[in-house]
Design a protein around this ligand. Structure first.
Ligand SMILES: O=C(O)c1cc(=O)[nH]c(=O)n1[C@@H]1O[C@H](COP(=O)(O)O)[C@@H](O)[C@H]1O
Length: 274
C-alpha cells in the first residue's frame, strides 16, 4: 500500500487505529482450543469484528514463532485473511547485515505479503536499506520505544542530542516518507512534540496505548500532521477486552471507543468531514 492510499484509508474510516494481533495461546478463550488452528480462529473472529474500525493490523511475529511450524501456519492464514485495503505490519524487529536483511525483507514482503516490517536500526544503513528497496512496501524503524529500557541507549546523550534523535535524523536520509516510518512509543509524551518537529512528514507507528498506559489524546494533540501521520497500535486492550464466548464483540467495543475518539481528533485537527 502506498502513502496516498494509507492517507485516504484514514480519512475514509476516520480512524488511525492499528489492532495488534499479539495472540497468545494461553490467553485466548478456552472454547477455541478445540479448533484445529485456535490462533487463527481467534484472529479471524477479531478481524471480522474490527475490520471496519481500524486501518491496520500488526502481527507480532514472536507470538507465532514461539509455536514453531504451527505458528507460522497461523500467521500465514491470518495475513491471507486480512481484507485487501487494510495495511499489514509484520512486527518482527529485524536487523542484520545487508545480505541477510534482504532475506528478511523477502520473507515478509514476498512470502507473506505484508506492507511493512518493523526494523531495528542498530546495525546501520546496510541493515535497513534492503527493506526500502521494495515498491509500495515500508520499513518501520525503531525510533524511541515505549519500554523502560529505552533509557538505556536511546535516551543517552550523544553530542548535542539524544541517541534516538541521531537515529531519526540519520535514518531519514536513507528513505522517504513514502517508504519509511518510525516507531515512537505512546508512553514518550514528553518527547513526542520535539520528535514531530524533527520528523515532520513521516508516519509514526505508536504502540503503548491501553495496557502500557499511553494517552491517545496526548499523542494525537502533539504528533498528528497534515496527513494524520499516525498509526496508533493497541494490542491487549482490544483483543483481550473480553474472554468469554462473545470476546469478539468485546474487542469490537474496545476498538470502537478508540475509533470514535480518533474521529474526534481528526475532525479537530484536520477538519476532515465526518
Ligand atoms: O514495534 C512495536 O510494535 C513496539 C515498539 C515499542 O516501542 N513498544 C511496543 O510495545 N511495541 C509492540 O507493540 C505492542 C504493544 O502491545 P500492547 O501493550 O498490548 O498494546 C506489542 O506487540 C509490542 O511488541
Amino acid at each position: 500500500m502506498n502513502r496516498q492510499e494509507l492517507v485516504n484509508l484514514i480519512r475514509e474510516k476516520q480512524s488511525y487505529l492499528c489492532v495488534g494481533l499479539d495472540t497468545d495461546i494461553h490467553k485466548i478463550p478456552k472454547h477455541l482450543l478445540s479448533h484445529p488452528d485456535p490462533i487463527f480462529a481467534f484472529n479471524k473472529a477479531i478481524i471480522d469484528a474490527t475490520r471496519d474500525l481500524c486501518v491496520a493490523y500488526k502481527i507480532n511475529t514472536a507470538f507465532y514463532e514461539c509455536m514453531g511450524i504451527r505458528g507460522w501456519e497461523s500467521l500465514q492464514r491470518t495475513v491471507d485473511y486480512i481484507p485487501s485495503g487494510i495495511f499489514t505490519i509484520a512486527d518482527a524487529k529485524r536487523g542484520d547485515i545487508g545480505n541477510t536483511a534482504t532475506q528478511y525483507a523477502k520473507t515478509f514482503f514476498e512470502t507473506y505479503r505484508f506492507d511493512a516490517v518493523t526494523v531495528a536500526p542498530y546495525m546501520g544503513k546496510d541493515s535497513v536499506e534492503p527493506f526500502l528497496a521494495f515498491s509500495e512496501k515500508w520499513a518501520i524503524v525503531l525510533g524511541l520505544t515505549s519500554n523502560e529500557g529505552s533509557k538505556d541507549f536511546q535516551m543517552q546523550r550523544v553530542g548535542e542530542g539524544y541517541l534516538y534523535e541521531k537515529v531519526l535524523k540519520t535514518t531519514m536520509e536513507w528513505g522517504t516518507p513514502d517508504n519509511l516510518m518510525f516507531v515512537i512509543g505512546a508512553t514518550q509524551t514528553a518527547q513526542l512534540g520535539e520528535i514531530r518537529k524533527l520528523v515532520p512528514h513521516h508516519f509514526f507507528l505508536v504502540p503503548g496505548v491501553g495496557a502500557q498506559g499511553g494517552s491517545l489524546k496526548d499523542i494525537s494533540a502533539v504528533a498528528m500532521n497534515a496527513d494524520c501521520g499516525l498509526l496508533v497500535n493497541a494490542s491487549r486492550a482490544v483483543i483481550y477486552a473480553g474472554n468469554g464466548e462473545d470476546f469478539a464483540q468485546d474487542a469490537r467495543r474496545a476498538a470502537q471507543e478508540y475509533q470514535q475518539e480518533m474521529a474526534a481528533y481528526l475532525a479537530e485537527k484536520l477538519a476532515v468531514k465526518q
